[in-house]
Design a protein around this ligand. Structure first.
Ligand SMILES: [Zn+2]
Ligand SMILES: [Zn+2]
Length: 304
């Protein structure tokens, strides 16, 4: 390699991302279902004439650097995303834009977050070296697609407030303080926890859904938020009577609680991310066998 070829990182791989936004409306209504069935399945999302979201799209691209030190010329990336996606969807009703969402066709599907991310992938793939598509419908709901398949990741965000104390019963106060610092103080302290739950599954060819989103939100609410919110974890949640409620242990316990019930919805729990403060977070990958991951979670993930 000449000195010229190695300058500016020429030939070395790099992942780049580009963000774009658009606003669009949609309606969840399948013509083959009765009005009652549409309402029962899709709730308020079935109310005519629809409702809207401010979508945020993040396109990840992978490739080697050119002689100018870039994976791609960003103005070309910006143009491709605008021409192929945002200019076609912005201020429109998704059901009436792309044929993929034309429900009068048997192959049409509802424009859910994950279905939209998947179609965006298929439309951008011939223009850009895609590595991933992330689409936020709201701060509390987003989907990731990592290939030209019907597989998608759906993430929901919720929060709870709880107190805890970090200390091991068998240790002295001095020993606990040496390990956990101020977190070992006897009367505890609290956090506003942000909880992200990510599931993985196949997008249904008609509903456009990886799983019933309302059912997933209800599971997290009933099994985690309701029992954890406004509690002193060490005293109010039985598991933490004997297990130190670090962010890591709370995330693991949440993964253990959610794995089997989520598997019953047809999706798989992929990841639990618990943000304890702006400065620290813990992530547990429920599907990947890892040292220290509770066996129940592994079993549920593998069997499910
Ligand atoms: Zn919506
Ligand atoms: Zn703490």
């Amino acid at each position: 390699m000449t000195a010229n070829a190695t300058s500016h990182g020429h030939g070395r791989p790099c992942l780049i991302t580009r963000r774009a936004t658009f606003s669009a409306s949609h309606l969840y209504w399948l013509p083959e279902l009765s009005a009652d069935d549409n309402r029962a399945r899709f709730g308020p999302c079935s109310q005519a004439p629809g409702h809207g979201h401010n979508y945020e799209l993040v396109v990840a691209m992978l490739g080697p650097l050119d002689a100018n030190g870039m994976v791609l010329n960003l103005s070309e990336v910006k143009h491709a995303i605008k021409a192929e996606v945002t200019a076609q969807l912005d201020f429109r009703c998704l059901n009436e834009t792309w044929p993929e969402f034309d429900l009068s066709r048997p192959e049409g599907r509802l424009p859910t977050t994950e279905a939209l991310a998947q179609v965006i992938w298929s439309r951008l793939a011939s223009h850009l070296p895609l590595a991933g598509i992330r689409l936020y419908e709201a701060e509390s709901l987003w989907a990731d697609v990592l290939g030209d398949t019907m597989e998608a990741f759906v993430s929901i965000r919720t929060h709870f407030a709880a107190a805890h104390r970090l200390a091991r019963e068998e240790l002295s106060m001095a020993e606990n303080e040496a390990i956990y610092g101020k977190c070992a103080r006897p009367n505890g302290h609290g956090h506003n926890y942000l909880l992200d739950v990510t599931v993985r599954g196949s997008i249904d060819a008609r509903t456009g859904m990886v799983c019933d989103l309302a059912a997933l939100q209800q599971l997290v609410e009933d099994l985690v938020v309701e029992p954890f919110d406004h509690t002193f974890l060490n005293k109010d949640v039985a598991h933490f009577a004997t297990c130190v409620p670090t962010a890591e242990n709370i995330a693991l316990h949440i993964a253990d609680i959610l794995s089997a019930p989520i598997a019953a919805t047809g999706a798989r729990l992929h990841k639990v991310r618990l943000q304890e403060s702006p400065n620290n977070a813990a992530e547990v990958f429920a599907e990947t066998p890892q040292l220290g991951l509770a066996p129940q979670a592994l079993e549920a993930a593998l069997v499910g």
